[in-house]
Design a protein around this ligand. Structure first.
Ligand SMILES: [Zn+2]
Length: 269
C-alpha cells in the first residue's frame, strides 16, 4: 500500500523511480500482513496529525526536502477502511526504522504493540545529538504511543546471507526480520513467504531498487544526496547495500523486492 507520495525538489532530474502515469516521484510503502484473520502492519507512512500540523510535526526542512503531498486518501487508515479492516484489528506495528515518514500514522493504532530494533528505539528515545532530536521528534511522534515498545529478537540466523531473526507473524519459517544497519541506528528489513514465494521489504536501506539490482550502474545525484544527508553510518549503509545485492542474486528466482520509497518492484533473476 502507498501511504504517502513524495515529490522531492527536482525529482525528475535526480530520481530513476518513476511510473509511466505519475512521472518521477517516491511513495511511502506500508505492508499489511494477514494471517488467520490477524493483522499487522510494517511501517505506517504519514498520519492524520501530520496533515493537520505538518510544519510542527515534520519540520520545514523535511517538508522541503521530501516534498510529501499529505493527502487524506493516501493515509494507511483510509486504505484499511477501504479494505474493511478496522484500525483496532491491527495487533502489531513493526517498523523498518523510526523516521517521521514511517511512524506518522502510529497514533491511529494505540491498541497495537509497536516493535522496532532495540538500537533504533534507543537512538529514538535516548539519542542526545541534534541530528537524532530532529530526526525522530520523539515527543511528538514516538513517546505518545500508549503501550510499551517491543524489540526484535537477536539476529542469530541468516536469510540468504543476511542476518535474520524469525518472527511469529506467519507460520514458522515464513517470516524474518533482517538486520540492515546503516541508514539509521537500528534499521531493519523483512522477508515474508506467502504460498511459497518470498517478498522482501528493505525499507530505506536503498532508496531505489537499482541500488541493489544494478549496483554497478551510476547512482543519480538525488539518491547520492539522500544517503549523504540521511544515512546514520555511511560505511555500514554501503555494506548493507552490497549484502542486499548478494541476497538479491542468491534468493529464489522470482523473489519480489520492495523498498519503502520506490514505486517499482524488483524480481530476483
Ligand atoms: Zn523513509
Amino acid at each position: 500500500m502507498n501511504a504517502g507520495t513524495l515529490v522531492p525538489p527536482l525529482a525528475g532530474r535526480v530520481l530513476r523511480a518513476r511510473t509511466p502515469s505519475a512521472g518521477p516521484h517516491l511513495i511511502c510503502r506500508v505492508v499489511l500482513v494477514e494471517h488467520e484473520g490477524r493483522y499487522a502492519l510494517i511501517d505506517t507512512g504519514f498520519g492524520e496529525e501530520d496533515l493537520r500540523a505538518p510544519r510542527e510535526r515534520l519540520g520545514g526542512s523535511f517538508l522541503w526536502m521530501a516534498g510529501p503531498k499529505l493527502q487524506q486518501d493516501e493515509l494507511v487508515t483510509h486504505k484499511l477502511y477501504d479494505l474493511g479492516i478496522e484500525t483496532e484489528r491491527i495487533e502489531a506495528v513493526y517498523f523498518t526504522h523510526l523516521d517521521l515518514d514511517h511512524t506518522g500514522g502510529l497514533p491511529a493504532f494505540g491498541e497495537a504493540k509497536a516493535i522496532a530494533h532495540e538500537a533504533e528505539i534507543h537512538a529514538a528515545f535516548q539519542g542526545q545529538s541534534r541530528k537524532e532530536t530532529l530526526r525522530y521528534r520523539r515527543d511528538l511522534h514516538l513517546a505518545q504511543h500508549p503501550r510499551p515498545w517491543g524489540s526484535f529478537p537477536t539476529f542469530d540466523e541468516t536469510w540468504f546471507g543476511l542476518p535474520a531473526a524469525p518472527l511469529q507473524l506467519l507460520p514458522e519459517g515464513d517470516a524474518f526480520v533482517l538486520d540492515l544497519p546503516g541508514h539509521s541506528a537500528g534499521h531493519c528489513g523483512f522477508a515474508l513467504r506467502e504460498e511459497g514465494r518470498w517478498t522482501v521489504f528493505v525499507g530505506d536501506a536503498c532508496l531505489e531498487i537499482d541500488e541493489f539490482t544494478r549496483p554497478d550502474a551510476s547512482t543519480p545525484l538525488g539518491v547520492r544526496l539522500h544517503h549523504l544527508g540521511a544515512d546514520h553510518n555511511r560505511q555500514r549503509a554501503r555494506e548493507t547495500r552490497a549484502a542486499l545485492h548478494r541476497a538479491f542474486v542468491r534468493a529464489p528466482s522470482g523473489t519480489r523486492w520492495w523498498t519503502s520509497h520506490d514505486p517499482r518492484e524488483a524480481l530476483s533473476p
